[in-house]
Ligand binder design. Structure first.
Ligand SMILES: NC(=O)c1ccc[n+]([C@@H]2O[C@H](COP(=O)([O-])OP(=O)(O)OC[C@H]3O[C@@H](n4cnc5c(N)ncnc54)[C@H](O)[C@@H]3O)[C@@H](O)[C@H]2O)c1
Length: 454
């Protein structure tokens, strides 16, 4: 099938590459010419395991190409996937300007029936807005053409995006209940047929339920994380071990083990903005989701939990102290730094006068751009952050190690090297990677989240 994917970010690139790999003829559009040039030079603008090979293979086979030519993109696909960003607006609602611009471009240039598929995460009612935008553009150019808008939210996880896209738990397809909608449903079922060979994974539902399902999924997962973070903070006070509690409740099949790890708060490009957007939608309809307000507040507070442990140990003034940081991306296997807890933690350390020596296996370059932005008002503060080449090189002379992201390589470190390189044997572990008793027996002062050595 001929498919256009609008937006070549995390979702657009993965969607385009995976659909090309299934034999489709995919046109990836992006307005960012630099990104398009990079892709056409054979580079990938993001770090996502396996994506470079997938794109290279399909480029050689002639099944995927990249361009900024809007007219050609609209002409190419009978199906137009919209996968552009929906960042938070000032009031927390989803900013739909990129989605609506993409829709208007389709309306302006389309010359035949099109199915417009919304893969971006958008509030309930957006498909209606997309429909209106396209109809207005068609009107302006005096063309009367049929089209249908579909809501097909994406559930992939950065770091495992290809696996998630190729082996989805479910595919949600929301269509309108009219002639064009039936035609759209037929085309969507053809696109997704390869995913349903083993058993049917696609749920065909109405557009509004599809739009809400995406927010409901992310809000539920964020809720589990905030719940565990609050329990961990309580465990710290009552002398319980949150890891034992996690295992104890996770083994209940009604609860399950996923998303029960206590840590430094959720980050990334999705949970924070999607929770905020759903809160905003609920208040617009006078149906405040009180539980989500608490989830968001708990998460904000959680980002400072490690800092509280640091200041309890060293006092508020950290002048003259140096901290080694392991992990900068918001989670392992990605270089995505959007809303990463590391940014809050580092900014708090710097504000209190400390120096930071940071290491991340893949996010160093991205982190440099982010810190340049975060500290644009003070070159002196920015100058107190340095990056290291390896997890051990940043330990040299540091007063403590702070673990922020649970990359695999941090799980079994060489304890002897840790001890000799750190100036003081102190570890603040925001991901509960080690056994507190073992760390204590090895001579470390070890602070975790909801766990203690005694
Ligand atoms: N990143 C994730 O893990 C994830 C998972 C599921 C859903 N989503 C949702 O998918 C959407 C995209 O997220 P992302 O992380 O891929 O975003 P992103 O910021 O990485 O990429 C968006 C891309 O769209 C391009 N763009 C913007 N306007 C355009 C236009 N009019 N025409 C063509 N290109 C345009 C931008 O230049 C950018 O390259 C968001 O709504 C997000 O919430 C993201």
């Amino acid at each position: 099938m001929k498919i256009t994917v609008i937006g070549s970010g995390y979702v657009g690139l993965v969607t385009g590459a995976c659909l090309a790999d299934l034999g489709n003829d995919v046109f990836c559009l992006d307005v960012d010419q630099k990104k398009v040039d990079l892709l056409n030079d054979g580079s990938i603008p993001i770090y996502e395991p396996g994506l470079d090979e997938l794109i290279a293979r399909n480029r050689v086979a002639g099944r995927i190409h990249f361009s900024s030519n809007v007219e050609a993109a609209v002409a190419h696909g009978d199906i137009q996937f919209i996968a552009v960003g929906t960042p938070p607006d000032e009031d927390g609602s989803a900013d739909l300007q990129y989605v609506l611009l993409a829709a208007r471009n389709i309306g302006r240039h389309m010359k035949s029936f099109k199915v417009i598929v919304n893969k971006s995460t958008v509030p309930v009612g957006t498909a209606d807005q997309v429909k209106i935008a396209i109809a207005e553009e068609l009107n302006k150019v005096n063309r009367s053409l049929d089209f249908s808008v579909v809501s097909n939210p994406e559930f992939l996880k950065e770091g495992a995006a290809i696996e998630d896209f190729m082996h989805p738990d479910r595919i949600i397809v929301g269509t309108y209940n009219d002639q064009a909608g039936y035609k759209a449903k037929e085309l969507m079922s053809k696109i997704y047929a390869p995913f349903n060979r083993h058993h049917e994974r696609t749920y065909y539902i109405d557009v509004r339920s599809a739009e809400l399902t995406k927010y409901a999924a992310n809000a539920m997962l964020a809720t589990r994380i905030s719940f565990m973070n609050e329990l961990a903070n309580l465990a710290d006070h009552v002398g319980a071990d949150i890891e034992r509690v996690r295992q104890g409740i996770g083994s209940d099949s009604r609860i399950g083990h996923s998303f029960l790890y206590a840590g430094t708060g959720y980050g990334g490009s999705c949970f924070p903005k999607d929770v905020q957007a759903l809160i905003r939608t609920s208040s617009q309809y006078g149906q405040d989701l009180k539980i989500l307000q608490a989830v968001e507040l708990a998460n904000e507070l959680q980002k400072s939990v490690l800092i509280h442990k640091v200041t309890k140990h060293y006092g508020n003034d950290l002048t003259g102290k140096t901290f080694a940081i392991w992990g900068l991306s918001f989670k392992p296997n990605t270089n995505d730094m959007r809303e990463a807890p590391s940014r809050v933690i580092i900014s708090e350390l710097i504000k209190r006068g400390a120096k930071v020596q940071a290491y991340d296996p893949v996010a160093m370059e991205e982190a440099q751009h982010c810190f340049a932005l975060d500290f644009q008002s003070s070159r002196e503060e920015l100058g107190r952050i340095t990056g290291g080449e390896s997890m051990y090189s940043v330990l040299k002379g540091a007063n403590a190690l702070i673990i922020v992201t649970e990359w695999k390589e941090f799980r079994s470190p060489n304890i002897e090297v840790l001890k000799t390189e750190l100036a003081d044997p102190v570890i603040f572990d925001g991901r509960n990677l080690y056994e507190p008793k073992e760390m204590s027996a090895s001579g470390f002062e070890y602070y975790a989240i909801g766990r203690r050595a005694d």
